[in-house]
Design a protein around this ligand. Structure first.
Ligand SMILES: Nc1nc2c([nH]c(=O)n2[C@H]2C[C@H](O)[C@@H](COP(=O)(O)OP(=O)(O)OP(=O)(O)O)O2)c(=O)[nH]1
Length: 129
């Protein structure tokens, strides 16, 4: 099983979502940015590192939501979500194809990576959205 962190980054009542590129696995699917935890870091170190590496921004962790274990045809992941606040920086997409800042009620419109759907549901309940 692959441990993956992801960030629900909030700023001014909007949430940052990113689209995987044609070259990545799950091409063109929308996700919460993040990535695989390496052996020497904590989950929280991982999410801060991945967000800076992928998007050139700094965030702070606000809370942790419920991890979701999901079996894709070729791999099983444990997706570990953190609600984060945007702190600083200009977004530069270093891996993704696109990004959007959406209001919570707009999030369901996207074509999400399957593993994200229960996490999205939990977040929307939290936000009454
Ligand atoms: N970062 C991130 N990854 C997600 C999400 N939902 C989801 O199913 N994933 C999957 C996609 C990848 O298989 C894995 C994260 O890997 P990664 O983004 O760090 O690296 P990668 O594309 O090189 O992974 P891969 O090609 O080996 O599958 O988790 C999500 O919301 N955020």
């Amino acid at each position: 099983m692959i441990n993956v962190t992801c960030a629900i980054i909030e700023k001014d009542d909007h949430v940052l979502v990113t689209q995987r590129s044609e070259l990545m696995s799950l091409p063109l699917k929308w996700e919460f940015p993040g990535g695989k935890i390496n052996e020497t870091e904590t989950e929280e170190d991982c999410i801060l590192r991945e967000i800076y590496e992928e998007l050139n921004i700094n965030v702070k962790v606000v809370s942790k939501l419920t991890p979701n274990i999901y079996q894709y045809p070729n791999k099983k992941i444990k997706l570990i979500p953190f609600v984060c606040h945007f702190l600083e920086g200009q977004i530069i997409l270093l891996e993704h194809k696109e990004y959007k800042w959406l209001k919570p009620h707009q999030l369901k419109q996207l074509d999400w990576a399957e593993a994200d759907l229960p996490i999205l549901e939990e977040y929307l309940i939290l936000k009454n959205a």
